[in-house]
Design a protein around this ligand. Structure first.
Ligand code: BGC
Length: 804
C-alpha cells in the first residue's frame, strides 16, 4: 500500500514537473516568436559620425568615410531610398518587412532600450545607420506607459477628446491644431508614427470602436481625418490612418468576412480614406483585420495597390493591424508592406518565400523601399534627439477648447446657460467619475482627468454635498463595483462603468429643496474587442430611467430645472426620455479636460457649436444595417489574435463569420431620408445659445468646380459659431441615389450678435458622381443638381440649382 502510494506520488510529481517544463518551453517559444521577433542585440546602434566631404557636412551613416546618395539630404528622397535599398542584403530586407515584436508594449524592455508602451517598431539596420522607429497608439492622443522601471520621472500624454467629438466640431482648423499638439508630443517622446486617426464609418451605433471614428458620413470623416493628419505630420512625424477598410464591428473582427457591393465600398467605406489620402498623403495606413468579400484586406491587392496606390496616388506604407491577416507572403505581394508587431513565424515565411521565388524580389524591393522612404523622412534618421518634455499645459488647453467646441446641445428649454454660482444637485455616478475616453488602444495614459464635479466647482457652482455623499456612501459599501481595471488589457476586457444608485423620492425631494437645479450624467464606456448591446447600453437601464423620472418629477414639482449630460462614446436611445429634462448636452467623452469643457458650456462661457456627425435614431432597428449586425455583444478572447481558423461554410454564422452589408449605400441619414423615417435627432443637428439666419446662397461653375457662397448672420443675443452643411441632390434621377448627400461644410468664425459673414465652399464636379457598377467607374449624371444649405440634414435653409 505504502509502495503504491509512493509510486503514485512519484508519477504525480513527474507529471507536474513535465507540465512545468512544457509551460516554460511554451513561454520561451512565445517570447522568442511572438513577443520578440528580433534579438535585442540587433537594436544596438552604432555611433554615427558627422563628417564633411567637399564642403558638405553629413552623417556618415554607414561609416565608410564617403558621401553616399542616401546620406545626402540634398538628393530627392526617391534616389536616397533607391541607394539605401541597393546597399541592403536580402536578410536585412526581410527583417525590415516586419516589426520587432511586442516587447516595448509589454514593458519587457530594459531601461533605455526602447520606448515603454510603444506597440510596434520598424527594425533598425545598424550597419547602414538605419535607426529603430517607434509606432504607438492612438486616435485620442499618444498612448505610452506613463511610468518606467527605476525612473522617477513620468511620461504622461494629453488625452484629447475622442474622434467622434472632434468630428462633432466640424472645424478642420481645430482638428489640425489637435493633430499638431499630438505631433509635438510624439516628437518629445521619440514616437515616429502615431496609430491614428481612425476613419471607419459608423455603420451601426453599436460598434464598440465608434468613439475612435468620426461619422456615418464619408465627407465629414475624410475632411476631419485629413486635417488631423496634416496637423500631426507638419511636425515631421507620421500618422497611420486606420483601419483600412470596412472594419465596422468588433465581434469576430480578426476573421469576419464583410460582404459588400463595390458601390457601397467606393461611395461609403473607402471614400473617407480616399479624401484623407488625396488631401493629406499620410505616411502610412493600417490594413484592417477583417476579410472583404472572401479575402483578408491585408492580402487584397485590388484594395491595397490598384485602388489605394494606382487610383488615389498613395505613396506611403501599409502596415497590418496588430497580428492581423494570416499569410505574410500574400500580404507583401498584395502591397501590405509592413507586418506588425512582427513575429518570427512571419520572418521565416518571408525568408522561405524569398528564397524559393514565391515572393518576387521586385515585390520585396517595392515594400522595403516604401518603408525606407518613411524612415528617411523621420527625424530619427537625422539623429534628432528627443527630450521627454512636452508642453502638457498648453495641450490641455487645446483639449479643453476643442472638447467644448464638439459638445452638442440637443435640447434647451430655457434652462441654459446657467446663472453663476447656482447650487447644483449632481446625480449619476459618472458625474463624479467622468469618462475621458474609450478603452483599448484608443485610450490614453493622461496625468489627470477633470470630472464634471470638479469642472462645475472650477466654474464657480456649488455642488450639493448630500447628493455627493450618497454616491460616496454607496461606493464605500460596494468597493468592488467601483474598482477600476488596471492597465489597457483589463480595461479593454472589462470597460469600467460605475453602477447607478437609485435614490428614494424623499432623498431627491430633500435635495431639491437645498439645490437650485439638478444635473444628471448618463455615462457609457466601450472600446476595442467588443461591440455594445441594446439592453442597458443603447437603452437606458431601468435604474437610469427611474433616476431620471424621479429627479425630473420632483425637481419640476418644486419649479426647478433638470439638465442631462451625456458622457458617452456612441449613440444611445433618447426618444423615450428626452421630453423629461429641460436641457440635454451631449458631452461625448471630452478627454482629460472634459469636466471643465462641460462646465464652461453650462455656464455660458462657451456657446455650444457642435453638431451631430451621425443620426440619433428612434430605435436601433430603424438603421438598415441592424438587420446584419451582431447584436449579442461579447468580448474577444486573447487567443483570437493568433487563431485564424475559418469554419466550414455550413457552420458559418451570419454577423459573426460574415456580415452582409445588405443596406448598401444606405448608411445613416442616407437610409433615414430615403425611408422617410422620423429620427430623434438628425445628422448635422445641434443647438446654440444664439440663432443664425442663412441668406443669398449662390453657386457658380468654373473649371469643373462649383463655387458656393452663403451669407450667415448671428441674429441672437450672444456671440456664436455656426456649422453650415452643403448637401447635393439630383432631382428626377433614374439612378438609385440618396435623397441628399453631404458635399461640403464650413464653420463660421465667432460672430458677434448681429454680425454676418460670407461662407465659401467648393465642390469639384467629380464629387457629384456615383459609382456606376455597370461601368465599374464613377459617373457624373448630366443635368440639374440641387444644392441645399442646411443647419442640419433636416433643417435646410437655402437652396439653389446648378446645371451640369
Ligand atoms: C488595434 C489597433 C491598434 C493596435 C496596436 C490593435 O488591436 O486594432 O487599432 O493600433 O492594436 O495597439
Amino acid at each position: 500500500m505504502k509502495r503504491a502510494l509512493k509510486i503514485a506520488l512519484k508519477v504525480l510529481l513527474s507529471v507536474i514537473g513535465l507540465i512545468i517544463v512544457l509551460l516554460i518551453a511554451m513561454g520561451l517559444w512565445y517570447r522568442a516568436n511572438v513577443i520578440h521577433s528580433e534579438h535585442p542585440k540587433n537594436f544596438r546602434q552604432a555611433e554615427v559620425e558627422t563628417i564633411s566631404v567637399a564642403g558638405y557636412t553629413f552623417r556618415d551613416l554607414n561609416g565608410n568615410d564617403s558621401l553616399d546618395i542616401y546620406e545626402d539630404k540634398r538628393q530627392p528622397i526617391e534616389a536616397r531610398a533607391e541607394d539605401l535599398l541597393s546597399q541592403m542584403s536580402m536578410e536585412e530586407k526581410i527583417r525590415i518587412l516586419k516589426g520587432s515584436g511586442m516587447q516595448s508594449a509589454m514593458g519587457l524592455i530594459k531601461p533605455g532600450e526602447g520606448i515603454s508602451g510603444a506597440v510596434g517598431t520598424i527594425v533598425p539596420v545598424a550597419r547602414l545607420g538605419i535607426p529603430t522607429l517607434y509606432l504607438s497608439d492612438g486616435p485620442a492622443g499618444l498612448r505610452i506607459n506613463p511610468r518606467r522601471k527605476n525612473d522617477p520621472r513620468s511620461y504622461y500624454c494629453t488625452a484629447f477628446p475622442i474622434g467622434t467629438l472632434v468630428a462633432s466640431t466640424w472645424n478642420t482648423e481645430l482638428a489640425s491644431r489637435i493633430g499638431d499638439a499630438m505631433g509635438k508630443e510624439m516628437l518629445e517622446y521619440g514616437i515616429d508614427v502615431i496609430l491614428g486617426p481612425g476613419a471607419n464609418i459608423h455603420r451601426h451605433p453599436l460598434c464598440g470602436r465608434n468613439f475612435e471614428y468620426f461619422s456615418e458620413d464619408p465627407v465629414l470623416t475624410g475632411e476631419i481625418g485629413a486635417a488631423i493628419v496634416n496637423g500631426v505630420e507638419a511636425n515631421g512625424v507620421g500618422t497611420c490612418v486606420k483601419h483600412f477598410v470596412a472594419n465596422n464591428q468588433e465581434t469576430n473582427r480578426m476573421i469576419n468576412d464583410v460582404r459588400i457591393s463595390e458601390r457601397a465600398l467606393r461611395e461609403i467605406y473607402l471614400k473617407g480614406f480616399e479624401i484623407i489620402v488625396r488631401k493629406a498623403q499620410p505616411w502610412s495606413l493600417m490594413s484592417s483585420y477583417n476579410r472583404l468579400n472572401g479575402s483578408y484586406v491585408a492580402e487584397n491587392r485590388e484594395i491595397l495597390t490598384d485602388i489605394l496606390r494606382d487610383d488615389w496616388g498613395f505613396e506611403g506604407v501599409v502596415m497590418t493591424d496588430w497580428f492581423g491577416g494570416s499569410n505574410a507572403v500574400a500580404q507583401v505581394a498584395a502591397g501590405n508592406d509592413l507586418q506588425e508587431p512582427g513575429t518570427r513565424k512571419q520572418y521565416k515565411a518571408l525568408k522561405k518565400a524569398a528564397a524559393s521565388g514565391e515572393l518576387s524580389e521586385e515585390a520585396i524591393n517595392t515594400s522595403v523601399k516604401r518603408i525606407l522612404k518613411l524612415v528617411l523622412a523621420s527625424g530619427k534618421m537625422d539623429g534628432l534627439p528627443f527630450h521627454n518634455d512636452p508642453d502638457l499645459e498648453a495641450h490641455a488647453l487645446i483639449a479643453r477648447q476643442s472638447a467644448a467646441e464638439g459638445m452638442i446641445l440637443l435640447k434647451n428649454e430655457g434652462a441654459l446657460p446657467l446663472k453663476q454660482g447656482l447650487k447644483v444637485a449632481l446625480f449619476g455616478a459618472s458625474s463624479y467619475d467622468f469618462i475621458a475616453g474609450g478603452t483599448g488602444s484608443g485610450d490614453v495614459n493622461e496625468a489627470y482627468s477633470v470630472s464634471l464635479e470638479e469642472g462645475l466647482t472650477n466654474a464657480g457652482f456649488q455642488i450639493n454635498p448630500t447628493a455627493k455623499s450618497y454616491v460616496e456612501e454607496y461606493k464605500a459599501a460596494h468597493p468592488e463595483a467601483f474598482r477600476k481595471p488596471k492597465g489597457t488589457l483589463q480595461a479593454m476586457m472589462n470597460p469600467y462603468s460605475p453602477p447607478e444608485i437609485v435614490l428614494s423620492e424623499e432623498q431627491v425631494r430633500e435635495l431639491s429643496t437645498t439645490s437650485d437645479l439638478a444635473i444628471v450624467t448618463i455615462g457609457r464606456n466601450a472600446g476595442e474587442g467588443g461591440d455594445r448591446v441594446e439592453k442597458d447600453d443603447f437603452l437606458l437601464s431601468e435604474k437610469e430611467q427611474q433616476m431620471l423620472t424621479t429627479i425630473c418629477r420632483v425637481f419640476h414639482d418644486s419649479g426647478k430645472q433638470v439638465v442631462v449630460v451625456l458622457n458617452i462614446g456612441g449613440v444611445i436611445e433618447t426618444a423615450s426620455w428626452k421630453q423629461k429634462p429641460d436641457a440635454i448636452l451631449l458631452a461625448w467623452q471630452g478627454g482629460q479636460e472634459g469636466g471643465n469643457s462641460v462646465a464652461n458650456i453650462l455656464a455660458g462661457k462657451e456657446n455650444p457649436s457642435g453638431k451631430l456627425p451621425m443620426t440619433f435614431p428612434l430605435k436601433l432597428n430603424d438603421h438598415a444595417s441592424n438587420a446584419n449586425f451582431p447584436l449579442e455583444g461579447g468580448m474577444m478572447k486573447l487567443s483570437d489574435f493568433l487563431d485564424r481558423t475559418i469554419k466550414p461554410v455550413e457552420e458559418q454564422l451570419a454577423n459573426i463569420d460574415y456580415s452582409n452589408y445588405e443596406e448598401g449605400i444606405y448608411v445613416g441619414y442616407r437610409h433615414f431620408d430615403k425611408a422617410g423615417l422620423e429620427v430623434s435627432y438628425p445628422f448635422g443637428f445641434g443647438l446654440s445659445y444664439t440663432s443664425f439666419e442663412y441668406s443669398n446662397l449662390e453657386a457658380e461653375l468654373a473649371d469643373s468646380i462649383i463655387k458656393v457662397q452663403i451669407n450667415i448672420q448671428n441674429t441672437g443675443e450672444v456671440a456664436g459659431k455656426e456649422v453650415v452643411q452643403l448637401f447635393s441632390a439630383k432631382p428626377g434621377t433614374k439612378i438609385d441615389r440618396p435623397k441628399q448627400a453631404l458635399k461640403a461644410f464650413a464653420k463660421t468664425p465667432l460672430l458677434a450678435p448681429g454680425e454676418s459673414t460670407v461662407i465659401e465652399m467648393s465642390v469639384p464636379v467629380p464629387d457629384l458622381a456615383y459609382w456606376n457598377e455597370d461601368l465599374a467607374d464613377w459617373t457624373v449624371e448630366p443635368g440639374e443638381y440641387q444644392l441645399l444649405a442646411g443647419a442640419s440634414s433636416r433643417d435646410i435653409r437655402e437652396q439653389t440649382f446648378i446645371e451640369l
